[in-house]
Design a protein around this ligand. Structure first.
Ligand code: FES
Ligand code: FES
Length: 151
């Protein structure tokens, strides 16, 4: 059975018609937010990361009906800031196949809002749920530190 819920999607009041067993990853992709990717589908890889009320959330495990009244943000809603960090990822060699990048970028921008002058370990801890098959993570760490302005 489907129901209509009100959300704020990328800054716009939006009505979503969702099946009661639909997960946000599918609902968002069906709406054209193709940055939201599916990897493991089990809450382990971080590819489907979005923000719910500003907090990084795995959309593959989040029932769409739970989002009623919430603010949902995908990379399509924060393109300018996302491009800024994406450029640093590319410069540091951390954007190889790029499949993990949208979810990773969502997590890192959320970290920037939440943490002040994090240590390397705090950074690693924050992004631990965002897996990457290509980079080995050191280039990502360099890009994050430049982005956050920490040495
Ligand atoms: S697809 Fe959601 S965590 Fe992997
Ligand atoms: S750049 Fe290929 S999975 Fe991360």
């Amino acid at each position: 059975m489907s129901q209509v819920i009100d959300v704020i999607l990328n800054g716009k009041k939006t009505k979503l018609n969702v099946e009661e067993d639909a997960f946000l990853v599918d609902v968002l992709r069906d709406l054209g937010n193709l940055s939201v990717r599916r990897g493991c589908d089990t809450g382990c890889c971080g590819l489907c990361s979005i923000w719910i009320d500003g907090k990084p959330t795995l959309s593959c495990g989040y029932l769409a009906v739970r989002a009623v009244g919430k603010e949902i943000t995908t990379i399509e809603g924060i393109e300018e800031e996302a491009n800024k960090f994406a450029k640093l990822l590319a410069e540091q060699g951390a954007d190889q196949c790029g499949y993990c990048s949208p979810g990773f970028i969502m997590t890192v921008i959320a970290m920037k809002k939440e943490l002040t002058n994090p240590t390397d370990d705090e950074i690693r801890q924050y992004v631990t749920g965002n897996l990457c098959r290509c980079t080995g993570y050191e280039s990502q760490l360099r890009a994050i530190k430049i982005y956050l302005g920490v040495q």
